[in-house]
Design a protein around this ligand. Structure first.
Ligand SMILES: *[C@@H]1O[C@H](CO)[C@@H](O)[C@H](O)[C@H]1NC(C)=O
Ligand SMILES: *[C@@H]1O[C@H](CO)[C@@H](O)[C@H](O)[C@H]1NC(C)=O
Ligand SMILES: *[C@@H]1O[C@H](CO)[C@@H](O)[C@H](O)[C@H]1NC(C)=O
Ligand SMILES: *[C@@H]1O[C@H](CO)[C@@H](O)[C@H](O)[C@H]1NC(C)=O
Ligand SMILES: *[C@@H]1O[C@H](CO)[C@@H](O)[C@H](O)[C@H]1NC(C)=O
Ligand SMILES: *[C@@H]1O[C@H](CO)[C@@H](O)[C@H](O)[C@H]1NC(C)=O
Length: 405
C-alpha cells in the first residue's frame, strides 16, 4: 500500500514535470523553483544533442549524460569571450534576454549541489569536471575563482610535452576520482595539446524493486539481422509500469531507483528505432508518463555496463553550436595566452545496470492471486534507456543500446 502510494507520487511528480513545462515555464512564476529553472532548456538540448549523435553513428551505441554536458559547457562559457560566449550559451538553449548568465551559473551550482547530496546518500554516483592545462599556461584568477565557486572545477598543471606522461596523469586522476570505475579515458594525446577539459560521470542506482540475481541467465541479444551476442539477462516478474505505444510502435517500462531517479526502457519494434528517436521530446515523455499503467509484466533487461566517450569539441563544432572548431573561438578568459585554443573537451558517461535493490524489498516479487498471464517485455534487441532525476527534472542519461557487449 505504502509502496504503491509512493510510486503514485513519483509518477505524479514526473508527469507534472512535463505538464507544467509544456504550458509555459514563465507564465506561472509561483510554480518555478530554483532547482528547475534550467530544466526546459536542458532537456531540449539533451534531445537535440542525442539525435545528432545517433545520426552520426548509425548502427552504434550512443550514451551520454546530457545534464552533465550542459554543466560542463556552461562552465566553459566562463572562460570564453565575445561571440564564442554568447554562441555557447545560446547553443545550450538559453535565451539571454530571459535569463542572465549569473542565473544560469547559479542554477547549475544548485543542481551540482543536489546531485552531490544525493550521491552521498542514495546512490553510487560520481560526477565532475577536471581541467588539465600545460605548465606554461597561467589560469586567470577570475576564471579560476568563478569555476571553483559555481562548479567546483579542479585545475591541474600538466606537462603536455611529455604526451605519455600527460595521458597517464589524466587517466590516473579520473580513475582515482571515480574509484576505479572510469579507466583508460585517454589513449593518445595530440602533441599540440595545451588544454583539456574532462567531464565524467559514473552511475549505479539501487532499484526500488530488485531483480533476483539467482534468475539472471545468459541469453541471446539480437543486434541486427546478422549478429547475435550473448548477454546476462536479469528478470523480474510482477507489477511494473508499462505502456505499449501504438503511435510510435514501441513498448516501454518505467522503473524506479531509490532516491529521485526514474528510468525509462523503450523497446521500438523492429525497424522503428529511428521513428522513436526522432519523436523524443518533452511532449512525448509527457504523453508516455500519462499513459503508463501498472500491470503484471515479465521483464528481462541486460545486466551490463553501458558507456560512451565523446570529444565534445568536434561534436559541438559539427552542430554549429559554438566556434569550437574555428580560429575565431575566443577562450581568452581561461588563461593569459594569446591564441589560446581548447584542445579537447572530453565527456565520458558510464552506467552500471545490475540486480541490486533496496535491502529488504521482496525478491522475487509475489504475483497477485488474480493476476492474469503476465505481459512479456524482453529487452533483447536494440533499445533506448533514459534516466531522469524527477526532483530537478534533469536528463541524467540518454542512451541507445544497439550492442550491449
Ligand atoms: C528570446 O526571448 C525574447 C523575449 O522573450 C524573444 O523576443 C526572442 O525572440 C527570444 N529569442 C530567441 C532566439 O528565441
Ligand atoms: C523566453 O524565451 C522564449 C524563447 O526562447 C520565449 O518564447 C519566451 O516568451 C521568453 N519568456 C520571457 C518571459 O521573456
Ligand atoms: C586517490 O588519491 C588519494 C589522494 O592522493 C588517495 O588517498 C586515495 O587512496 C586514492 N584513491 C584511489 C582509489 O586510488
Ligand atoms: C550488425 O552488427 C555487427 C556488429 O555490431 C556489425 O559488424 C554489422 O555491420 C551489422 N550488420 C548490419 C547489416 O548492420
Ligand atoms: C530528492 O532530492 C531532494 C533534494 O536533494 C531531497 O530533499 C529528497 O529527499 C530526494 N527524494 C528522495 C526520495 O530521495
Ligand atoms: C518469465 O519469462 C522467462 C523467460 O521468458 C520464463 O523463463 C519465466 O518462467 C517467466 N516467468 C513468469 C513468472 O512468467
Amino acid at each position: 500500500m505504502l509502496l504503491s502510494l509512493c510510486t503514485y507520487f513519483l509518477w505524479l511528480s514526473i508527469s507534472d514535470l512535463w505538464t507544467v513545462q509544456a504550458k509555459d515555464p514563465d507564465t506561472d512564476v509561483s510554480t518555478r523553483s530554483p532547482h528547475r529553472d534550467l530544466a526546459p532548456n536542458n532537456v531540449d538540448f539533451a534531445f537535440i544533442l542525442y539525435r545528432h549523435l545517433v545520426a552520426s553513428a548509425p548502427g552504434r551505441n550512443v550514451f551520454i549524460s546530457p545534464v552533465s554536458i550542459s554543466m560542463a559547457l556552461a562552465m566553459l562559457s566562463l572562460g570564453s569571450c565575445g561571440h564564442t560566449r554568447v554562441q555557447l550559451l545560446q547553443g545550450l538553449g538559453f535565451n539571454l534576454t530571459n535569463i542572465s548568465e549569473a542565473e544560469i551559473h547559479q542554477g547549475f551550482k544548485h543542481l551540482h549541489h543536489l546531485f552531490e547530496k544525493e550521491s552521498d546518500t542514495m546512490l553510487e554516483m560520481v560526477m565532475g569536471n577536471a581541467l588539465f592545462l600545460d605548465h606554461s599556461l597561467e589560469l586567470l584568477e577570475s576564471f579560476s575563482a568563478d569555476t571553483k565557486h559555481y562548479y567546483e572545477l579542479e585545475a591541474l598543471a600538466t606537462d603536455f610535452k611529455d604526451g605519455a606522461g600527460a595521458s597517464r596523469q589524466i587517466n590516473e586522476y579520473i580513475k582515482n576520482k571515480t574509484q576505479g570505475k572510469i579507466v583508460d579515458l585517454i589513449s593518445k594525446l595530440d602533441s599540440s595539446a595545451m588544454l583539456i577539459l574532462v567531464n565524467y560521470i559514473f552511475f549505479k542506482g539501487t532499484w526500488e524493486q530488485p531483480f533476483n540475481p539467482g534468475s539472471t541467465r545468459e541469453e541471446n541479444f539480437y543486434v541486427n539481422e546478422t549478429t547475435v551476442v550473448r548477454v546476462p539477462m536479469m528478470v523480474q516478474s510482477g507489477p511494473v509500469k508499462y505502456f505499449q505505444d501504438p503511435v510510435l510502435s514501441c513498448q516501454l517500462v518505467q522503473l524506479e531507483y531509490t532516491g529521485n531517479e526514474t528510468v525509462f526502457f523503450v523497446l521500438p519494434e523492429e525497424g522503428k528505432m529511428d521513428t522513436v528517436i526522432t519523436a523524443l521530446s518533452r511532449d512525448t515523455i509527457q504523453r508516455w508518463s500519462e499513459s503508463l499503467t501498472m500491470g503484471q509484466v515479465n521483464l528481462s533487461i541486460p545486466k551490463v555496463t553501458i558507456s560512451g566517450a565523446y570529444n565534445l569539441r568536434t561534436i559541438l563544432g559539427a552542430m554549429g553550436i559554438a566556434d569550437f572548431l574555428s580560429k575565431e573561438a575566443d577562450f581568452s578568459g581561461i588563461a593569459r595566452e594569446p591564441q589560446l585554443t581548447l584542445s579537447e573537451v572530453i565527456h565520458k558517461a558510464v552506467l552500471q545496470l545490475d540486480e541490486k535493490g533496496l535491502e529488504g524489498a521482496d525478491s522475487p516479487r509475489v504475483m497477485l492471486h488474480t493476476a492474469p498471464e503476465p505481459l512479456t517485455f524482453r529487452f533483447n534487441r536494440p533499445f533506448i534507456v533514459m534516466i531522469f532525476n524527477h526532483f530537478t527534472w534533469s536528463s541524467l542519461f540518454l542512451g541507445k543500446v544497439v550492442n550491449p557487449t
